[in-house]
Design a protein around this ligand. Structure first.
Ligand code: FES
Ligand SMILES: [Fe+2]
Length: 370
């Protein structure tokens, strides 16, 4: 796709085709979503029997915790005639082995085929060649990451924000609650919107009182992980309805970290919002060019969640309101960009991270050579 110099340098928005074209959708699939580390949940979500079927990019997958306590992700597809192995409502009945409900082929938790009735005399049948197909998987900071064609390790990929992980000890935090949305907008519009606070005074008056929009700075300004901190206003403890703390401040934070909220985007499916007392993650999954599913989880320290009077609602309501304000402008923008007359406008100086996102996106697609 031809790219003119203005938008190629990220100073103008992406052309309309990047939001509307089916060909772009397919190229995003092969160039981005099949070959980047993407976050598909928390390890703790594996549940009692340590299995969780899920769909990613239309693919049927199954996360399984093995006897060796290693978490693996397989295609949730039987190697016999392709039945789904486990459906969500069947998780509680799964035993140590995973048995296909169709003809009873049975796999262990490492994905090896252990039993296949009446197959022993079939010429050429080799159980060792018919294990479940495994997807490269990593657990970093308590999150489960997958990548169909990794070029690096998940730890290397996430290294730019490893110090944030260190201070917040994300692996130790637990999910207190979650929100889910389907936003009628292209996934990139959500990334672009999260990457600037130029819109905060108009769209988020409540948020803007807690963190005035000019109090932001950018720590990471190029590559797959972008973002930086915003300063909390005087007297404000965290992002919540009343600005008061919701959990207890994470003890390992330094004085600076206790006075700010950091916002990072992790290309291509995560927003990480790190508060003094809790962490919010938005996990995105594109459903179509004009629809994106968002799962939003609130992570707190375990001892906070266990308190009898623990109530995350002041944080949840604050972010639910903020999210809905964001989704509304994303949806309006989607409709505007779909208009055939749409022509990208220039970014402001407060949108340099949006421009950086566009550049990384285009480079990932191979549409712009750095
Ligand atoms: S499809 Fe799974 S055992 Fe036949
Ligand atoms: Fe916003």
């Amino acid at each position: 796709m031809e790219q003119d110099a203005r938008s190629a340098f990220g100073q103008y928005g992406l052309k309309r085709e990047y939001v509307t074209s089916t060909a772009v959708w397919e190229r995003e699939s092969s160039q981005i979503f099949q070959r980047h580390w993407v976050c598909v949940g928390r390890v703790e979500e594996l549940g009692v029997n340590g299995v969780r079927p899920f769909v990613w990019e239309g693919q049927q997958l199954l996360a399984v915790c093995g006897d060796d306590v290693i978490c693996r992700v397989f295609r949730n597809v039987c190697r016999h005639r392709g039945s789904l192995l486990v459906q969500p409502e069947e998780c509680s009945a799964v035993g140590q082995r995973l048995q296909c409900p169709y003809h009873a082929w049975t796999y262990d938790r490492k994905g090896c085929l252990r039993a296949a009735p009446n197959m022993e005399n079939v010429p050429g049948f080799e159980a060792k060649d018919l294990g479940l197909l495994e997807i490269p998987t990593a657990v970093v900071a308590g999150f489960l990451w997958i990548n169909f064609a990794p070029q690096n390790s998940a730890a290397e990929f996430l290294e730019p924000i490893a110090n944030v992980f260190a201070a917040w000890q994300l692996g130790e935090l637990v999910v207190a609650t979650e929100l889910k949305y389907v936003v009628k907008a292209n996934w990139k519009l959500l990334f672009q919107n999260y990457s600037e606070c130029y819109h905060c005074p108009t769209v988020h008056p409540a948020l803007n009182r807690l963190t005035p929009y000019l109090g932001s700075s950018n720590e990471l300004v190029s590559g797959p992980i972008l973002g930086g901190p915003m300063q909390l206003a005087a007297g404000v403890g965290t992002m919540s309805e009343d600005g008061e703390l919701v959990g207890s401040v994470i003890p390992s934070l330094d004085p600076l970290q206790k006075r700010q909220v950091s916002y990072f985007t992790v290309f291509p499916n995560v927003f990480l919002s790190v508060h003094p007392d809790y962490v919010l993650i938005h996990r995105l999954q594109r459903l179509s060019n004009r629809e994106t599913e968002v799962v939003c989880q609130f992570l707190f320290q375990k001892q906070d969640r266990e308190l009898l009077n623990f109530d995350p609602l002041r944080a949840v309501r604050f972010w639910d309101l903020t999210n809905r304000q964001d989704w509304e402008v994303c949806e309006r923008t989607q409709l505007g960009i779909e208009d055939v007359g749409y022509c990208p406008g220039p970014y402001s100086n407060l949108e340099s991270v949006v421009a950086a996102f566009d550049r990384h996106y285009l480079a990932s697609l191979g549409d712009f050579d750095f």
